[in-house]
Design a protein around this ligand. Structure first.
Ligand code: ADP
Length: 396
């Protein structure tokens, strides 16, 4: 069964064509700068990578080009579009109603359109990506996979903010949580490694955007991102959790609008804001190695905040069986893993520092010290495969 996974952003559209149930990736690529000066990268294992400028004014044109490439005699891997039996669409937000992955019909789309206010950056492009795809591949089943749905079973006390309850009722202001597809995937892999379905697992997805999730028995019980992906640990350019009064205070002292304050916290904070150098972890490490004190401080703040959240989740779960690191920073920054796991033996978290430094990249690694009470794993995330799996399960 061939399943196309589509992840549409405001000016990009990433795709992967899976052969299921093997999970083999037949082709993948990215349409960038949609509506600006398009660029497409298309890769098929065993074939030469293809990268070219392309004219796609909108998502519809981008999808048309993707399908043309997938079915091309030389660059493609299928003979016709009809070979694509199902399409899995990634949505960052499923609101309160889309509590699990679902086949996308008129009701689901109507609901997704009704909640774009909660998700103004990702909602509209994901919906237009879906519509374009549905038009181009009408006979396939289309499934939506929502980053938020992994958090649907959280207790009320974990998602209701201690602000006037009417704000929740009227405006749906609550903790939603994000990156759920990644946390679900790596927590599932960790449970398999532990051979324990009811395991208590803390997953640290640390990339440009970062979040930490506590999972018990396959269900998320708490997560660091909240109403938006701005909450939790510091990120590339986002502050993560800070005293909320800072927002209104900087508006007053700088005489700026809410939008400008929002821009400071979303685009000019985090690793970039503290270091003053860059949002990219690799470059920050390089600057720190060259003696840049603020770059060093930025990484210290990151490790400190990750540690604090891990500690709070151990308390919430009354223990932990496994700690997992994933995504760009979690999978690659060995120093950060060491810093986070340092001095946590009280909680049973102890890593093999030598193996943490030498374990192969891009593979599952057990970096825990022999005999440690808690397992610490590095597990490469694979959100696209998870989307393909849900799509297969809902349509086969
Ligand atoms: P996104 O959230 O955009 O999917 P990624 O998961 O790809 O982001 O993570 C991007 C982050 O991972 C960047 O900060 C990048 O510097 C960091 N990263 C990637 N490779 C390494 C590495 N070898 N060492 C340290 N950080 C790395």
């Amino acid at each position: 069964m061939k399943i196309l996974v589509v992840n549409a952003g405001s000016s990009s559209l990433k795709y992967q064509l899976f052969d299921m149930p093997t999970g083999n990736v037949l082709a993948k690529g990215n349409c960038e700068r949609i509506g600006i000066d398009g660029l497409i990268t298309h890769k098929c294992p065993g074939k030469e990578d293809y990268k070219t400028n392309a004219d796609f004014p909108d998502h519809r044109a981008a999808i048309a080009l993707v399908l043309q490439l997938l079915t091309d005699k030389e660059k493609g891997v299928i003979e016709g579009v009809s070979e694509i039996e199902a399409v899995g669409h990634r949505f960052a937000h499923g609101g309160e109603k889309l509590r699990a992955s679902a086949v996308l019909g008129a009701d689901e789309i109507k609901y997704l359109e009704s909640i774009v206010g909660l998700n103004p950056l990702h909602g509209p492009p994901a919906i237009s990506g879906f519509k374009a795809c549905k038009e181009a591949i009408p006979n396939a089943n289309h499934v939506g996979v929502f980053d938020t749905s992994y958090y649907s079973d959280m207790e009320e006390y974990a998602y209701i903010y201690p602000i006037p309850y009417e704000l929740y009722e009227e405006y749906k202001i609550r903790r939603y949580g994000f990156h759920g597809t990644s946390h679900r995937f790596v927590a599932g892999e960790a449970a398999k490694l532990l051979k324990k379905a009811d395991a208590k697992i803390i997953t640290c997805h640390l990339g440009n955007g970062s979040s930490i999730t506590a999972t018990v028995n396959g269900k998320a019980i708490d997560t660091s991102m909240g109403f938006t992906p701005q909450d939790g640990v510091p990120m590339g350019t986002r502050s993560g959790a800070i005293d909320p009064t800072v927002v209104t205070y900087i508006q007053k002292v700088k005489g700026i609008s809410a939008e400008e304050a929002d821009k400071i916290l979303n685009k000019e904070s985090g690793l970039l804001g503290v270091s003053g150098v860059t949002s990219d972890c690799r470059d920050i490490r390089e600057a720190a190695a060259n003696g840049n004190k603020r770059a060093k401080l930025a990484m210290k703040i990151l490790a400190h905040n990750i540690k604090k959240i891990i500690g709070s989740y151990v308390a919430e779960m009354n223990g932990v069986d496994a700690l997992v690191f994933t995504a760009g920073i979690g999978e690659n920054d060995r120093e950060l893993r060491q810093e986070v796991c340092k001095d946590m033996s009280f909680l049973g978290i102890e890593i093999d520092e030598a193996y943490n430094q030498s374990c192969p990249r891009g593979e599952v690694a057990d970096i825990s010290q022999k005999g440690a009470k808690v397992k610490t794993f590095v597990i490469p995330t694979n959100e696209e495969y998870m989307i393909a799996l849900d799509t297969q399960n809902l349509t086969k």
